[in-house]
Design a protein around this ligand. Sequence first.
Ligand SMILES: *Cc1c(COP(=O)(O)O)cnc(C)c1O
Length: 396
Amino acid sequence: MILPEHLQQRLQLLEILEETGLNTYGLPVSSGCGPTMVVKGRECINLISNSYMGFSVHPKVKEAALAAIKEYGVGIGGSPVACGNTVLHERLCEIIAENYQKPACMLFATGYQALAGTIQGILTRKDLALLDSLDHRSIIDGCALAGCKVRSFVHNDVEDLARLVKTTSDQAITRMVIVDSVYSMDGDIAPLPQINEICRPKGVLVCIDEAHSLGVMGKTGRGLLEHFDLPDGADLISGTFSKFAGAVGGFLAGPKEIIRTLKVMASPFVFSASLPPVLVAAVTASFELLRSEPEWHQRLWDNVHFMLNGLKELGFDTGSSCTPVIPVMIRDTQKVLFMNRRLLDLGVYASPVVHPGVPLKRERLRLGVMASHTRQHLQRALEAFRKAGQEAGVID
Ligand SMILES: *Cc1c(COP(=O)(O)O)cnc(C)c1O
C-alpha cells in the first residue's frame, strides 16, 4: 500500500524521535493509575494522568465495579436506545442532574462522544458554533459532524466574543457558544460570568465542557457553576468521567426537551454501545466519594498549590494555570523532549506537548496533579524537575 503523503511526513518525524530515544508517548504501563505507576517495569511518580482525584484505584470504587460485574458482566450488549439503559445508568443520570441542578441528563460511552453528540444533535448546517480558540478537539470534531458553521474567538477574550456575537446576529439560526470550563493544556478557567452576560441576552446558547472541572472546581467539586456561584450559568453541561474519576464515560445535562430529543438524534449516543454497567457503578461510587470523603478534594488543592509554588520557586513558567492541569512552559521542542526523557530516567512520568498539539513557542511539559500524591511524591518530583531543568538550560 502506498502511504498517503501526510502520513509519510508524520512517519519521518516519528522515526527521528524513535532513533534519538526521545519517544515517551504511550509507553506500556503495568499498574493502575495511582500516584505512582509502573512504566517499562519501573515505578515512577505519576504526573501524566488526568485522574485528579485518584479514584480509579480507590478500594470503594473497585468494590462497586466488582459488584456490578457480578450482576451484569462486562458489557450490556447494545446501544442505550436498545438494551443499553440499565437502572444503574438512570441512577447516575439523577446524580449528575442533581450535581448541576439541571432537570435531565444522558450518558455517553465517552466524553468525546458526549461533546460530539451534543453539538451534532443540536446544531444543523445553517447554525453557528462560537468556539474558544483553545477548545478541545472533541468540540471541533463535533462541529464537523454537525456540519455547522464555526467562528472562533481569541482564547478567553470576552471582547472578541462580544464582537462575534454582535456581528453574527440572525434570528433564523441557532447560535451556541461552547467553551472548556478548564482548558486541558493550559489549566486556566473560562470567564463564565462574562460569557453569560454577553450571550444570554442575545439568545446565544451557552454550553460548557466540564471535563477538567467536574470533581475539581468549586468548594465541593461540583464544577465551574459552583466555582463562580452561578447555578444557572450554562444551558448545557457536557463532560467526562475520564478525568476526576479516572474512568471512562461522558454525559450531557440540560433541559428535559433537549435530552429527550438528543436521545434519538445524537448519533454518537444512538449508534454506539452503551457505557458498560461496571463503569457506571464505578463512576457512581466516585460521586459518592466526593461527598463522603471530602478530604480528597482538599488534598488535591493543597497539592496543586504546593506544585505551582514549587515550580515557580525553581524558576519555571507555569503560564496561566490555577488548577491541577499544570503546563511547565519550555517553548522549545528539543528541550521539552530532552527534559521529558531525563525526568523519566529520574523516576517522574510527565507528558511532553509539542507542535502541532500546541502552537510553536508554546511547547511544554503538561502535568496532572492528583489528590493521592503525598508531599514526598511531589518533593521528589520537584527535585527531578530542578535537575532536568538545569541540564536542559531551562532554569539556572
Ligand atoms: C478529555 C476531554 C474530553 C474527552 O473525554 P473522554 O471521555 O476522555 O473522551 C472532552 N473535552 C475535554 C476538554 C477533555 O479534556
